[in-house]
Unconditional design. Structure first.
Length: 475
């Protein structure tokens, strides 16, 4: 019998009459059932979060930090079960699933150490003014399918440290590991402080527009982010939006070809390219283009695409059918336009089971090719040639997105000079995808609104409140 994974509402594991099926993208088999919540269940979860907010917001921060440490421990203690479940619903290879679960434990443990101090604005003979940070209230968290556990935990941890309570909705494609985690933390977190409910996409707008939710923290596509901003505007909810990206890497002529080829490959193909901060456009200087593109293509030959639960698999399937079909469409468009393929160009076998797309690397397609101009979110990497650094920067910046980017060079000073001209929230020099719980992460332009991680991320769950006391003027 297929396992039913329950929701967490007010400290209880509960379900609904109707359920949704969750598939394994490696073989399209049903691997779990989850509750299909609507307005009634959402109301219950929000009411529980609102009731819990009263005491949770007044609980000393040291105790809130301890609870978040408890969540971190629950994840570490159940690492094995959680990463296997994650692979089965998300598709990523075991090693990458282990990294996600380990990362979620480490990230929540680290976020539990963040603090909220008052700031003194004025301390004079006439006045004492200080800014304190008060929790915003009940938070609605909405999460995508590419890093479901990491994204859930990176919303729950700062919400709780700041004194907020939360109602979290996983993606309908990948709710299982998150619901198993809900069960594991049920007795770690006071009732109502964390509520996790599942439903289809239409549960999202109900959360965004719920009158008793004070803030939305969302990770997902830019298109959905815009709808959330619109929905949240009705009662001026606070919002944090982590959205899509079309991240560019610029490889300068002095980069060490042998050294960077493998790293560039993984900057694009980790999690089958389904990473918001994956390199989705790679600009290589013409002096090294032929050598570097050949080295990347050679490396790609040894990378195995397959079921993430099988040993040796390095790139898993696409997570869901809709995204699979979109990636195939982009590859077909490149073929129809006669663009050259260094690797792949085969659209896979849509009639077979599992959403597998072969590694695909394009050889210098034009800037207006769909595969360059759009966020592919799949195992597809366009390599493009440039002549001058100014030209590469201009092409990299010619995007509505501004999430992240990277510069590869042997000259770190030059790398930093180029990085500072890129219009993105994060730019790495000679590495990629490095995130830290202590460093703010957020997008420029249409890649986001606000930040997660670090002090800045924590403050997004608070309002500043200024307390000013008039003092008698000194005699
Ligand atoms: P999505 O926007 O389709 O869905 C994300 C979540 O929003 C899901 O839980 C979904 O059920 C919910 N949702 C759907 N419609 C909604 C609506 N109208 N109102 C409220 N919620 C709604 O995104 P996805 O396909 O799950 O994820 C892929 C996208 O996420 C990519 O664009 C990727 O770049 C982006 N992403 C961004 C970051 C980041 O940190 N910036 C991280 C991971 C993924």
């Amino acid at each position: 019998m297929t396992t039913l994974y329950k929701n967490l509402i007010n400290g209880e594991m509960v379900t609904t009459d109707t359920t949704l099926e969750v598939l394994n993208p490696a073989n399209e088999e049903v691997i779990g059932l989850v509750p299909s919540c609507g307005a009634a269940e959402l109301d219950q979860a929000v009411a529980a979060a609102r009731a819990a907010f009263k005491s949770w917001s007044k609980t000393p921060i040291e105790e809130r930090q301890k609870v978040v440490q408890g969540i971190s421990k629950a994840i570490s203690d159940n690492m094995d079960e959680l990463f296997r479940l994650l692979t089965s619903e998300q598709g990523k290879p075991h090693a990458q699933a282990q990294q996600e679960i380990g990362g979620a434990a480490a990230m929540s443990g680290a976020q539990a150490t963040l603090t909220l101090e008052d700031e003194v604005n004025e301390d004079s003979d006439t006045r004492l003014s200080r800014t304190r940070r008060v929790p915003v209230g009940v938070v609605g968290g909405i999460v995508p399918w590419n890093f479901p556990v990491m994204m859930a935990v990176q919303k729950i941890a700062p919400a709780l440290v700041s004194g907020c309570t939360i109602v979290l909705k996983p993606s309908p494609f990948t709710p299982l590991a998150t619901l198993r985690l809900a069960e594991l933390i049920k007795d770690v977190v006071p009732a109502g402080v964390v509520n996790i409910i599942t439903g289809e996409d239409n549960l999202g707008p109900l959360i965004t527009e719920h009158p008793d939710i004070d803030k939305i923290t969302f990770t997902g596509s830019t298109a959905t982010g815009k709808k959330i901003m619109e929905g949240a505007s009705k009662d001026l909810k606070r919002i944090t939006l982590e959205l899509g990206g079309n991240d560019a890497s610029i490889v300068l002529p002095d980069a060490d070809v042998e050294k960077v080829a493998e790293q560039l490959f993984w900057s694009s193909f980790t999690n089958a390219g389904q990473v918001c901060i994956a390199a989705k456009r790679i600009y290589i200087h013409e002096d090294i283009y032929d050598d570097l593109s050949a080295a990347i293509a050679e490396y790609a030959k040894h990378v195995k695409v397959g079921d993430g639960a099988q040993q040796g698999t390095a790139v898993g399937p696409i997570q869901n059918k809709k995204q699979y079909e979109r990636v195939l469409e982009l590859i077909q468009d490149a073929k129809d336009n006669g663009y050259q393929f260094l690797v792949g160009g085969d659209e896979g076998d849509p009639s077979g089971t599992g959403y597998y797309v072969p590694i695909t690397i394009l050889d210098n397609p034009p800037e207006d090719a769909r595969i360059v101009a759009e966020e592919q979110f799949g195992p597809v990497m366009p390599l493009m040639k440039f002549s001058t650094v100014d030209e590469a920067i201009e092409r990299a910046n010619a995007s509505e997105y501004g999430l992240a980017g990277a510069v590869w060079t042997s000259d770190v000073d030059k790398g930093v000079e180029v990085a500072e001209q890129m219009e993105t929230g994060t730019v790495w020099v000679n590495e990629f995808m490095h995130l830290s719980p202590f460093v703010p992460f957020g997008g420029h332009k249409q890649s986001g609104f606000g930040a997660e991680y670090g002090k800045e991320g924590l403050l997004e769950f608070t309002y500043p409140q200024v307390i000013t006391v008039k003092r008698e003027a000194a005699a």
